[in-house]
Structures are given as structure tokens and as C-alpha cells.
Design a protein around this ligand. Sequence first.
Ligand SMILES: Nc1ncnc2c1ncn2[C@@H]1O[C@H](COP(=O)(O)OP(=O)(O)OP(=O)(O)O)[C@@H](O)[C@H]1O
Ligand SMILES: N[C@@H](CCO)C(=O)O
Length: 306
Amino acid sequence: MTFPMFTIQVPGSTANLGPGFDSIGLAISKYLHIDVYPSDSWHCEAKSAMLEGIPQDESNLLFQTALAVAAEYGVTLPYCHLEVTSDIPLARGLGSSASAIIAGIELTNVLCGLHMTMQEKLDIGSVMEGHMDNVGASLYGGLVVGTYDGQRAMLVHQQIHQLELVAIIPSYELKTSDARSVLPPTLSYAEAIQGSGVSNLLVAALLKEDWSLAGEAMKRDLFHQPYRESFIPELRALRTMPEHPDVYGYALSGAGPAVLCYVRKGAAASVQAEFAPYFSGCIVEVLQVVNEGSKVITHDETIRSL
Ligand SMILES: Nc1ncnc2c1ncn2[C@@H]1O[C@H](COP(=O)(O)OP(=O)(O)OP(=O)(O)O)[C@@H](O)[C@H]1O
Ligand SMILES: N[C@@H](CCO)C(=O)O
């Protein structure tokens, strides 16, 4: 039996939490898991049905990221074989691409002995993903609030304890690029002020873990959900349902189509059971916030000493 040299584990994430468009992320209890073996080519083997169809060669996002990091640092990425398992569904708004990007960064960091800082990983991850919300959450775990200017990202991160999640995950995919194409190119000054005020309220509520107030702010998003909800029936359905006493609020997860309900701790299983019959075409699943970000587990002394 051959053992991997090392294993990379990266949590999935939800982004935006309503009005925190491109700037707030939360790590969730779904994982991308990669065992790394020596090889004589770059090869990626998907071990989960969820990953069916991803490229096996260096056109895979994992290798694309790893090679971009190697080029940035002027090093050569050694050949390797990746065995990839994941329960993060692709193109549903649960941060699959960000998890692959963070894994690609960790891959080069370990194989090339780069000793990258968290800031370096965050910056290059944000460049690859185009925004910092999902990559920040996958890297740091917990809640991240930040900004990205096209080159550098800055964030504050904090652990979250008083919350559970119920995810409503449709069977159809929605590519982030498609969900971004429906957003307007500009907002009026008045809309920008109103929208950023709501977003500021969300941040203040999140940092105090005042989830009822956060739920109110989620409803008032002006930045993306009003434009995206017309093609996400699950979000429209939730809006017509009576408020549930254990559900603080709900929001499109990232670019969708999954919707996350923010639920009182201890109540998620009963909310899941109550909501599931209303969303028969979807997986309705309890998730937890995870406060630990990506990690690398080494199994080989030569890797440990790099
Ligand atoms: N483990 C993986 N290995 C290789 N490619 C992946 C992996 N995970 C995701 N991808 C690529 O990322 C694409 C999905 O990215 P996209 O940004 O559209 O959705 P998402 O990241 O799941 O959602 P969101 O960004 O809204 O959270 C997939 O179609 C695939 O090309
Ligand atoms: N903030 C991003 C997350 C999805 O990648 C969006 O909503 O488009």
C-alpha cells in the first residue's frame, strides 16, 4: 500500500451573507481533500462522484493555480499525482472553486518549500478567484470581512460559535461568471449609500454575533440578490414563506443557486425536517460553521523538512 506524501484539506465556504457582496465569507463543514503522491506527470484523479468531469491534466484548476504560484515565485512545480475527494458540489455557491484554488496554493507551497505567509496566500488566491470572500474563508476558517483591490486583499477574521446553517442546494448548476453577468455595471450614488449602510449594519451585527439583526440586514441587500433572485426560485419561495422562529435570516450563498438559512444553534435539524418538503428538488442539509481553515498533514519526513 502506498501512502501519500501529504494531504491537503480545505473547507468550503459561503460568500456575501446577503449584502456583504465580494467582501464577507464564512467557512462551512464541507471539505475538499487531496492526497498528494509522487508521479512522473501532473495527474489529478477525482475520487468523488461530485467531481465527475473535472480535468485530469494540468488544465485542472488545482494545477492551474499551483503552476501560477510556481511562476510567481520563480520555482518549478514537481510532477505529482493528486487523489481528490470532495463533498462541495460544483457551481452551487458553496465555494468549490475557492477551495480548489487554496489547495493549489498549498500544493506549491509544500512541494516547493515556499513558506508563504497567510497574506501571500490570500493575495494570490484573491487574484485567481477575482474576489477575497470565499478564498479568505477557506484559508482562515470562521468569518472573514475584507476587501480586495485587484492585487492585495485585507481582512479581519473571527470565530463564530452561536450559529447553525441549513443549506438548500438545488440540483442545477449556476456558474459564478453567469450569475455576475446579470449585475448592473453601476449603481446610483443614493443606492450605493443605502446599500453600503445595510452592509455596514450586517458587519456590526456579525461581529457581535447578533444574528437576529444580521438576518434583518440580509433581507435589505441592494448589491446582488435583487438581480439574481429572478432566476433562483428557491430564494423567491423562501421569501413567501412565513418567518420561522428559529431562522434568523437567509441569503443566497455566494453566487447561488444554493440558499443558506442562518439558524439558532441546536435548531438546525428540526428546521431541516420542516423545510425539506417545500424544496423537493433540492438537497436540504444541516451545515456547521468551521473555525479552522485549510491545513496540510504531512506523512513524509522529506516533505516535513522542506
Ligand atoms: N476540486 C476541483 N478541482 C478542479 N476544478 C474545480 C474544483 N472545484 C471547482 N472547480 C472548478 O470551479 C468551477 C465552479 O466554480 P464557480 O465559481 O462557478 O462555482 P463555485 O465556486 O462552486 O460557487 P461560488 O463561487 O458561488 O461559491 C467548476 O465548474 C470547476 O471548473
Ligand atoms: N462574491 C461572489 C461569490 C461567488 O464567487 C459573488 O457573489 O459573485
